[in-house]
Design a protein around this ligand. Structure first.
Ligand code: GLN
Length: 539
């Protein structure tokens, strides 16, 4: 019988519920369990694909092309299992499915209601991730904070799961905050008590409380008080300290006994194997021993919210650690860059990355950055939009096509070096109509791409509408660019590079989704390595 763990959050948002769920997943996997993770997001959007990164941070794309919450990136990085479209559900999607069934007459004339129709839809989603993955343990995180009006059907659904699957096969973990009051010099348990009361009013008795605190709680009576008032065992109140390195969380929670208590409360007497965190600990040692530093400029238009580029930031760190270095990010708002300001803003870094993005704002600044990198032998890595930008900068700066552009930004350009794919021309909907998910890519020998991957056929995840315009391939090649990655049938450009430069590479896909803390993505690894070499050469 599979076991179900539900992770809810209380008091405030942003407590690292996702990290807690992901860390627990790692600890259970380290004991030999097959773990699946999923997130239920109570907002009404069908998926985060059409939301502004400022609302929601990055959109994480799965192999099977689902546009999902950024917490799924934590799950993949911590648990190291690829997720799928059964890993993220929103209120919008629940209603979408229910309304489609209603239109098809599947409810046989019944009145369609929140209970049971909406809750049934949510429950079947929870069960389906278990069926699809055959997991021993499913970890389901409920987005938002207990008490949000949108969360109620989700809480009701997980309560029902605990009746159907059996209370002993389900576990509720509530993540809360123990704030510290400077004025009185003490930690406070009351917000946690209130939040648990609220959860209980929905019929959910948490079994474990994971309490986030910014500084260690020295007074153990706080935990006793929480246990007493919230009706949990004393050792089931677990301290979750804010850490300097995210990836230390599984070790901290292991030391606090989280996984052991989880198994005990689920009635699992014996795990398939002893907990093995050797590799994870080696990685943490590597992080501590990474003493070099390297500065990389990240040039984008959503830089005010760093979560907009979460997976890219993590990938840069992973790559740094594999090169024995800490990567420092120079956050650059692309609207501030012009050919004149570029040297001053970008001059202090020895690597420039232009990540993905949509819409015209800030595009000229990105082009100026790509141009500056090409002319000054600074390693450049363009991701998705960043590859398109590199192609435009090359057309303007090397081929002399002054008006070169993407038809996304200049529909009437005489040199549309980036354009829409034929089959996309007639689409009006914005949601879910892009080239999404994993596609194969063939790599040419003797290229940066081959040096990084070390093999001729790879698979990477995509999320874009526009493509390199094949009409221009020849003239690019005549002027020294190479198309080092292509779709296996040769029709789509997946990677472009400029030989003779220390590192100048753009890829049409999103490698950042596949980087792991203990297995940096090969392109990021080579990019950071090149940036370190340029730094050493300059000093
Ligand atoms: N806006 C570009 C496109 O749709 C790039 C998308 C991206 O960077 N994810 O093709």
């Amino acid at each position: 019988m599979a076991k179900f763990i539900f992770v809810t959050g209380g008091v405030v948002s942003g407590l690292g519920k996702g990290i807690t769920a992901a860390s627990l997943g790692r600890l259970l996997k380290a004991r030999g369990f097959k773990v699946a993770a999923q997130k239920l997001d109570p907002y009404i959007n069908v998926d985060p694909g059409t939301m502004s990164p400022y609302q929601h941070g990055e959109v994480f794309v799965t192999n099977d092309g689902a546009e999902t919450d950024l917490d799924l990136g934590h799950y993949e990085r911590f648990i190291d299992e690829d997720l799928n479209r059964y890993s993220n559900l929103t209120t919008g999607k629940v209603y979408w499915n229910v309304l489609n069934k209603e239109r098809r007459g599947e409810y046989l004339g019944e009145t369609v209601q929140v209970i049971p129709h909406i809750t049934n839809e949510i429950k079947s989603f929870i069960y389906s991730v278990q069926e699809k993955t055959d997991a021993d343990i499913v970890i389901t995180e409920i987005g938002g904070t207990t008490g949000d009006i949108e969360s109620q059907p989700f809480l009701e659904a997980i309560r029902q799961v605990s009746c159907e699957a059996g209370r002993s096969n389900c576990l509720f973990i509530h993540v809360t905050l123990i704030p510290y009051l400077e004025s009185s010099g003490e930690h406070k348990s009351k917000p946690t008590q209130h939040s648990v009361k609220q959860l209980q009013s929905f019929g959910i008795m948490p079994d474990i409380i994971v309490a986030r605190c910014d500084r260690p709680v020295d007074d153990p009576s706080i935990f006793r008080k929480i246990a007493l008032f919230c009706n949990v065992k004393e050792d089931c109140v677990i301290e979750n300290l804010t850490l300097p390195v995210l990836y230390e969380a599984p070790i901290m929670l292991e030391e606090a006994g989280l996984a052991k208590i989880v198994l005990r409360e689920l009635g699992i007497e014996k795990a398939p194997q002893e907990c093995d965190l050797t590799e994870w600990k080696h990685m943490l040692d590597r992080i501590k021993n990474s003493r070099k530093t390297v500065k990389i400029s990240l040039v984008g238009k959503y830089v005010k919210l760093h979560d907009s580029y979460l997976s890219i930031v993590e990938s840069l760190h992973h790559a740094g650690w594999e090169n024995g270095a800490q990567v420092e990010i120079n956050w650059v708002d692309s609207e501030t860059i012009t050919p004149e300001t570029a040297p001053e803003i970008l001059g202090g870094s020895t690597g420039i990355i232009v990540p993905g993005g949509f819409g015209i704002r800030g595009i000229e600044g990105m082009i100026a950055a790509a141009d500056y990198a090409r002319r000054n032998n600074i390693p450049y890595f363009g991701i998705c939009l960043g590859m398109q930008i590199a192609a435009i900068a090359f057309a303007r700066g090397v081929l002399g096509y002054e008006d070169a552009n993407s038809t996304e930004f200049a529909p009437d350009s005489k040199h549309p070096v980036i354009a829409l794919m034929e089959e996309q021309m007639d689409l009006a909907d914005m949601g879910g109509t892009m080239r999404l998910g994993a596609y194969p890519c063939r790599i040419s020998p003797d290229t940066l791409m081959m040096k990084a991957y070390g093999k001729g056929l790879i698979e990477e995840r995509h999320r874009h509408r526009y493509e390199f315009n094949n009409k221009f391939r020849e003239v690019y090649m005549e002027h020294g660019a190479i198309f080092s990655g292509q779709s296996p049938d040769g029709t789509l450009v997946e990677a472009m590079e400029i030989p003779g430069h220390p590192f100048y590479l753009g890829v049409q896909y999103h490698p950042e989704f596949k980087s792991r803390p203990n297995r940096a993505h090969p392109i990021f690894r080579e990019f950071v390595k090149a940036a370190l070499e340029v730094k050493e050469k300059n000093s």
